[in-house]
Structures are given as structure tokens and as C-alpha cells.
Design a binder for this molecule. Structure first.
Ligand code: DQA
Length: 155
């Protein structure tokens, strides 16, 4: 089985230190460790990465076309700005779960628009690090499901 790609965008390398009242005290390495264990228990592998560069993130999404069984994406600020990421996601035919630590709809207006959502199977936000765990649980259920063409309720 190919790994689940878990891709993280700009400034997520700073969580744990950055605005802890919004993003909590766990580091990205803490989150990665928990997800690795969760995946292992389900017989899956993860490929967990972070970048501050839009082009690199776009390239990794393209790489997922052949190298991943599913994608969990926290595009961070690029969520709200990047048509390049939307286009790369549209070229995928994998389950894609958009995640955010914070509830982007409770925050500033400019965070309410997502260029990831139109190309995602589903969206989980607002649960802190648990957003990632819930996303991985959804992916595990999908890839283990006998219906491998499961792309979410609305296609
Ligand atoms: C974020 C929300 C984004 O609006 C913000 O730019 C981030 C993190 C989140 O995980 O809550 O950097 O994606």
C-alpha cells in the first residue's frame, strides 16, 4: 500500500511556539509522531512533510498522484490564496482531506475562503491537533473500505 501523504504549508513548523492560544502547545513533530502510531496500528504508512514554499507544496501534491494512496493537506495560509494548489489538487484522483487546527470560519473573513475545499473530499477544522487524527481516521476508513472508489458522499 502506498503511504498517506500528510502535507503542511507555511509557518506550521512554528506551531507550539506560534500563537499558542490559537494553535496550541503541541509541535508539528508531536503531531507527526501521534499520526505515525495511528497509521501503524491500521497497517498504513505516512509521508509527513512541511514547507514554507508554495511551489514545493504544489510539487508534492503532483508527486502524490503516483506515490500516495490519499492526501491530508493543511495548506495553511496558501489555503486562502493559492490557485496553483487548487489546480494541482484537481489533477489528483485520490481521497483528499483538508485540515486546519483552528476553525477558519470563526476567524477573520479572509480565512473563510478556501481554494482547497472545492477539490477536497472533505474538510476537518477547529479541533487542534485532533483535526489531523480525525482526518487520518477518515482516510483509514476509506482505504480499508471494500468500496475503493469511495470519494465522499457528494462525489
Ligand atoms: C491554519 C489556518 C490558516 O488560516 C492559517 O493561515 C494557518 C494555519 C490552521 O491550521 O488552523 O497558518 O491552516
Amino acid at each position: 500500500m502506498k503511504p498517506v501523504f500528510i502535507l503542511n504549508g507555511p509557518n506550521l513548523n512554528l506551531i507550539g511556539q506560534r500563537e499558542p492560544e490559537i494553535y496550541g502547545r503541541q509541535t508539528l513533530a508531536d503531531i507527526e509522531q501521534g499520526l505515525r502510531q495511528q497509521a501503524l496500528a491500521a497497517g498504513l504508512e505516512i509521508d509527513f512533510r512541511q514547507t514554507n514554499h508554495e511551489g514545493e507544496l504544489t510539487g508534492w501534491i503532483q508527486e502524490a498522484r503516483d506515490a500516495a494512496c490519499a492526501l491530508i493537506l493543511n495548506a495553511a495560509a496558501y489555503t486562502h490564496t493559492s490557485i496553483a494548489i487548487l489546480d494541482a489538487l484537481r489533477a489528483l484522483s485520490l481521497p483528499v482531506v483538508e485540515v486546519h487546527l483552528s476553525n477558519i470560519f470563526k476567524r477573520e473573513e479572509f480565512r473563510h475562503r478556501s481554494f482547497v475545499s472545492p477539490a477536497a473530499t472533505g474538510l476537518i477544522c477547529g479541533f487542534g491537533p485532533q483535526s489531523y487524527q480525525l482526518a487520518l481516521a477518515a482516510i483509514i476508513a476509506m482505504v480499508q473500505s471494500s468500496d475503493s472508489s469511495n470519494r465522499g458522499i457528494h462525489g
